[in-house]
Structures are given as structure tokens and as C-alpha cells.
Design a protein around this ligand. Structure first.
Ligand code: AMP
Ligand code: MG
Length: 412
């Protein structure tokens, strides 16, 4: 058996991020930049008002109240060439450029306009520069907006759009093929024959891929036949950026996935017994010519999910160019005992975590546990990492991968 860390390193070592592509800006959300972008305009690009009110000279109203003559008005999208002189003010709307002479804005709610509309009284003193957005306050020309490895979030995307950027060089979303193997697998809602089951791994993995932002490609089911598997993998290597198969990697007489991957990729394929539970058997192969990783996950449904989290997802994030490969790892307070026996393995246990009224994250392991019990882990939002040993008692702290943030928005 090898440690999970070693298996992970073996997987990550050969992988290179996917070759970057120029992509329309609107399509780049959550993608990873492969370029540097500098600001070509200051932001804001002109000094403008932060409030609806009156543009004045700050030195005119160092004590209140102050009565000023209104000389013009200016709306967003316009500009005023009328100089605001001593004792004068211009009506101004939010976003409108400051007129010449003015350096300060008094908000409308602090001002009273005479009935004839020609004079305004500022009720309070102003401080020079109040309610004014200075040119270049957010970005100056030449400032770095984007560096390679940055993830595009809505604010960055908007800031780029505001600079007039229309497209960005990014690492594309990995296209990940999923196939299930096993003679017992059947399609459709028809009556099951003896020993037959419906495929759950493929829909589970396709969904997990989409949830993590990858493009999922359904490659169907393949029988436990060396020729069929070889054909399926040969096809997948040319159509996908990564391939996940389930089943056929343990010690059974029909476990041909590991055999075929070894034949196809020789020393680039490795069948591992990873010291984890569930998900011990795991085969990884790497097609150097196409930079395509092949993940042969164990067939049991919960093992499949654990293998996805430990080995597949970090690798796919690496292909996508991410610097952060892993789920958040949080310390959580155990609400019940977590029993386990020493067996030389790292145990990965699905749990439900929530915020306790003490403000800490608490976790409850799911009652039923078994690598074949898929429905038992529905609703789990974390994966408790329990190193080899005798387990933990209620009240002790454990570490867990946060799978999603359901339930963390309420204090229970
Ligand atoms: P294997 O890894 O092929 O030995 O399969 C281990 C267990 O997982 C067996 O009970 C299989 O029937 C089950 N299994 C394999 N593939 C799937 C699948 N796609 N969906 C549901 N169960 C599966
Ligand atoms: Mg099988």
C-alpha cells in the first residue's frame, strides 16, 4: 500500500495546464488567466461626484451655513464648462464630472435651495474633497489588473470590461470523459435481469464534474472486455482532456481496466493500492502525447466519489490552471464518536457540518457507512479525514474537506 499523498503526487507530477485560448470576456468567469493585463486608462477616468448635490469650492464653506449662487447644473454623461467661482455652486448628479473650479461636493440632503432656485445654502461646513471620486483612485495607468494564475471573478471581469477589454487569454475548461465498466451494468428503466444493476457511477461523476465547473462528456458503459476497453480508451484519448473510468481496477478475474491501461501507456500507467478507505484500488495512466490523464477509479459508488475528491478533482483543477487545487480544509468539532480501528489506512468519512451556537463548525458523521451505500452519503457536505488510529471521541476536533457550503449559512 502507498500513502494517499504519494498517489496524489504521482498523478499531479506529469500534468501540464491546458494550452490557453483567447476567450470572450463574458465567458471567462471562474476561468484561470494565462496572461498579464495592464490598465490602459485610469479608473475612475475623470474626477466625478459621489453624490447628488452641489459642486463647490471647499474653501468657501469651511464653516456653515454658507449661501452660494447656483451657476449651472451637470448630469451624469454630460460635462459643464462653467467655472465654479468663489461664492458659487453647480448642481451635480452622481457620476457627473466635477466642473472647473470645484473640488468638493455637498450632498443635496445637506443643502437648502431658495424658492427662486438661484441660491443654495449649505447647512454644514464641508471638507475639501468630500464626496468626490478622484481620477485613478481605483486603478492607475500601467497598474497590473491580471496576472497569470488569477481566477476571473465578477468584480475582475467587470473591471476589465470597464477598461474596454473584450477577450482574455485563459486556460480552457477541461473536457472530461466518463465511462463505466462492468458486464453487470444495464441502461434504462426496464426490468433488471439476475445480477444486473443500473449504472450510478457515471451519472454521479458527470454531475460532480459539472458541479466543479468542468465540461462532462458521457462516454457510456463498456463491457469487461479487453478489446472493448482498449477501443474506448483509444477513442477517449483523442476526444477528451481527461478520462475517468470506474470499475475493473481491483483483483477480480474480469478487472481489465488496469491491464488495458498498462498495455496502452506502459511505464506511464500505475496500478496502486492506496492506504485509504474507501477507494483503495486506483489506477492512473498518463498519455504524454496528448497530456491526457486516465483515472481508473474503484467501482463501488462511494469509493468512486472519494477517488474523485482525492485524486481527480485536484488534477483537473491543475489542468484548468488553478493554483489552489484543493477543497477548503476546516477544523470541526465532532458531535459524536467517530470509531475506527487501526488498519494502516486513512479513512474518509462523509459528514454533515454546520455552525454551532458556539460559533464553531460542528460535524456529524453519517449514520450508515459502506462503500456501496450511495444514498447514505446524499446530503453530506464534508469529508472527514481520519488518520490511522483508534478514532475520535465526541468533542474532539477533526479535519474535514468542505464539499459544499450547504447549511453553513445558519447558526443551529
Ligand atoms: P469493480 O470495481 O468493477 O470490482 O466493482 C466493484 C463494485 O462496484 C461491484 O459491486 C460493482 O457492481 C459496483 N459497480 C461497478 N461499477 C458500477 C457502476 N457504474 N454503478 C454502480 N455500481 C457499480
Ligand atoms: Mg467490475
Amino acid at each position: 500500500m502507498i500513502a494517499a499523498e504519494e498517489a496524489r503526487s504521482f498523478v499531479l507530477a506529469p500534468l501540464r495546464p491546458l494550452a490557453p485560448l483567447e476567450c470572450a470576456l463574458a465567458e471567462t468567469i471562474d476561468l484561470v488567466a494565462a496572461c498579464t493585463v495592464y490598465a490602459t486608462e485610469p479608473a475612475p477616468s475623470f474626477t466625478n461626484s459621489a453624490m447628488d448635490g452641489f459642486a463647490v469650492r471647499g474653501s468657501d464653506a469651511t464653516t456653515g451655513p454658507t449661501r452660494l449662487r447656483i451657476v449651472d447644473s451637470v448630469f451624469a454623461g454630460e460635462s459643464s464648462a462653467v467655472v465654479v467661482g468663489v461664492g458659487e455652486a453647480t448642481r451635480i448628479m452622481t457620476g457627473a464630472p466635477l466642473p472647473p473650479g470645484a473640488d468638493t461636493v455637498c450632498p443635496r440632503e445637506d443643502a437648502v435651495v431658495d424658492e427662486d432656485g438661484h441660491f443654495v445654502t449649505l447647512q454644514r461646513a464641508v471638507v475639501s474633497g468630500d464626496c468626490v471620486r478622484q481620477v485613478g483612485e481605483d486603478l492607475s495607468v500601467g497598474q497590473t489588473l491580471v496576472s497569470p494564475g488569477d481566477v476571473v471573478d465578477p468584480a475582475l471581469l467587470g473591471a476589465l470590461a470597464a477598461q474596454g477589454v473584450a477577450s482574455l487569454l485563459v486556460h480552457p475548461v477541461p473536457r472530461v470523459g466518463v465511462l463505466s465498466t462492468g458486464n453487470e451494468l444495464v441502461e434504462g428503466a426496464g426490468r433488471l435481469g439476475p445480477g444486473q444493476i443500473r449504472d450510478s457511477n457515471r451519472p454521479t461523476l458527470l454531475a460532480a464534474l459539472r458541479q466543479s465547473g468542468f465540461a462532462a462528456i458521457d462516454l457510456g458503459t463498456v463491457r469487461d472486455s479487453r478489446d472493448d476497453l482498449r477501443t474506448a480508451f483509444e477513442h477517449a484519448r483523442t476526444t477528451c482532456d481527461a478520462v475517468i473510468s470506474t470499475g475493473g481496477v481491483s483483483a477480480g478475474d474480469a478487472d481489465f481496466v488496469k491491464v488495458v491501461l498498462a498495455e496502452l501507456f506502459l511505464e506511464r500507467a500505475r496500478s496502486m493500492q492506496v492506504a485509504i478507505r474507501p477507494g483503495k484500488p486506483f489506477t492512473f495512466a498518463y498519455d504524454e502525447s496528448t497530456n491526457t490523464p486516465f483515472f481508473g477509479l474503484a467501482g463501488n459508488p462511494v469509493s468512486t466519489l472519494v477517488g474523485f475528491e482525492l485524486f481527480v478533482r485536484p488534477a483537473l483543477r491543475h489542468l484548468a490552471g488553478h493554483r489552489d487545487l484543493d477543497r477548503p480544509i476546516l477544523s470541526m468539532v465532532l458531535d459524536d464518536d467517530l470509531d475506527r480501528r487501526p488498519d494502516g489506512k486513512l479513512h474518509l468519512v462523509h459528514g454533515v457540518c454546520r455552525i454551532g451556537d458556539d460559533g464553531l463548525v460542528h460535524v456529524e458523521r453519517l449514520a450508515r457507512r459502506g462503500s456501496h451505500l450511495l444514498f447514505a452519503v446524499a446530503g453530506a457536505n464534508c469529508l472527514i479525514v481520519a488518520p490511522d488510529g483508534a478514532g475520535y471521541r465526541a468533542g474532539e476536533t477533526v479535519r474535514a474537506l468542505l464539499l459544499d457550503d450547504r447549511g453553513l449559512n445558519v447558526v443551529a
